[in-house]
Design a protein around this ligand. Structure first.
Ligand SMILES: [Ca+2]
Length: 401
């Protein structure tokens, strides 16, 4: 972490200019190593798979499209289903440690944006989607401002820029992940497959698309290493140094992603924010068996196993393009199986549960989940702290002395 915090430059949200973007830019000094690049890491909040132009979105993101086209689009890149674990894993390269971070907002709700940014989207009738589209445009413009400033300062030629969302889009607040299933806070691909790319002259001759399996926890060891540091002496990391994959196309060292195991997960209805009790009663099993009533998911190579209730499992088309006719597999059961298996490489939309066809794979992946669970700590959902309410002034400050 010492390496990561040296020379930290933050591009904060400029409230006065109404820039609703989330940017964290890290510029590492060359003092550690002459060949180390400047590193700019841009993390969007709640930006969904179907919310960038280069994924065919109706939302225009010319800066992100051009940057990513000049660099390497990461099309098999994963984040966590909600903000906090993604951000902590980004900063530490580990699952679920203490988390201390300066966070920004765009394109997270509330949906607010100057009118000039929604004007080009008059063809989008859905109000939430139209405002969200404007917010994405502001984010895109802000990234362009940052790269322009780096160029003006003579820093761009030695810069590695990373762009990432922190979780899938929230369809309740304008975001979209079509054609992926589910949304933010679910373990479906719409919740965990992230928009991500790397760009900048510091990547040696690599552009195009990467389909290597990557995860947000991989940034920490990767960025520390290319900055000239090392992770010797840190606790064992869950992330991998993937620089050879990004820069030279070497096979990703990552074969597996634990998406989550959460025994405290509460099922959320698809169509509202109301919470309901988890409809699955936990079954009592021996310590050697994984409790399949738990909300959990694991990716291993092309396979993904989901247990318990993964969260809202609908496919949400972007508003205004209409729904496709429903196929038999799209009629969602009120009682989904406790264990579901998908071949994500063949079926990234998670439409065909093949658990019954591959009992051996299911058995192996349940063993892996149980191995993770043995070493897991119980998750924590602290209550909201009223001391963080800014009150009438609308401005935050230190709320604890
Ligand atoms: Ca988020």
């Amino acid at each position: 972490m010492r390496m990561m915090t040296q020379g930290l430059i933050l591009f904060p949200q400029r409230a006065a200019q109404r820039l609703f973007f989330l940017v964290v830019a890290v510029v590492l000094p060359l003092s550690q190593c002459r060949r180390s690049p400047h590193i700019v890491f841009i993390l969007a909040d709640d930006l969904g798979w179907a919310d960038v132009g280069y994924h065919g979105s109706q939302i225009r993101t010319p800066v992100l499209d051009e940057l990513s086209a000049s660099g390497l689009r990461l099309e098999n890149y994963y984040v966590q289903p909600i903000c906090t674990p993604s951000r902590s894993q980004l900063m530490t390269g580990r699952y679920q440690p203490m988390f201390l971070y300066m966070a920004f907002q765009s394109v997270h709700a509330p949906l607010e944006v100057p009118k000039q940014y929604t004007d080009p989207y008059g063809f989008i009738k859905n109000v939430n989607r139209r405002k969200y589209a404007g917010m994405v445009s502001v984010l895109d413009e802000a990234v362009g401002n940052i790269t322009a400033a780096l160029r003006a300062a003579g820093l761009w030629d030695n810069t590695l820029l990373v762009f990432s969302t922190d979780n899938g889009g929230q369809t309740l607040a304008g975001g979209n992940n079509w054609p992926l299933r589910g949304r933010k806070a679910t373990l479906w691909e719409g919740g965990v497959r992230g928009v991500g790319f790397v760009a900048g002259p510091a990547i040696p001759q690599r552009r195009g698309v990467s389909r290597d399996l990557l995860h947000i926890s991989d940034w920490f060891p990767t960025l520390v290493t290319i900055a000239g540091g090392n992770t010797t002496g840190t606790f064992p990391l869950d992330g991998y140094n993937v620089w050879e994959t990004l820069s030279h196309g070497a096979p990703s060292p990552r074969k597996e992603i634990l998406h989550n195991i959460d025994p405290l997960y509460r099922y959320t209805h698809c169509m509202s924010n109301d919470e309901d009790e988890n409809p699955f009663a936990f079954t009592s099993l021996t310590p050697m068996e994984f409790n399949i009533s738990m909300h959990a998911a694991l990716r291993f190579q092309n396979w993904k196993i989901l247990t318990g209730n993964p969260g809202c499992g609908k496919w949400f088309p972007p508003p205004d393009i209409g729904s496709r006719p429903k196929g038999p597999e799209e009629v969602l059961s009120n009682n989904p199986p406790m264990v579901q298996l998908f071949d994500i490489e063949k079926d990234p939309e998670e439409r065909h549960d093949v658990a019954r066809d591959h009992p051996d794979v299911v058995s192996e992946l349940l063993k892996k989940l149980q191995q993770y669970q043995r070493g897991a700590k119980t998750p924590s959902y602290p209550r909201e702290d009223p001391r963080c309410d800014p009150g009438k002034g609308g401005a935050w400050g230190p709320w604890r002395k």
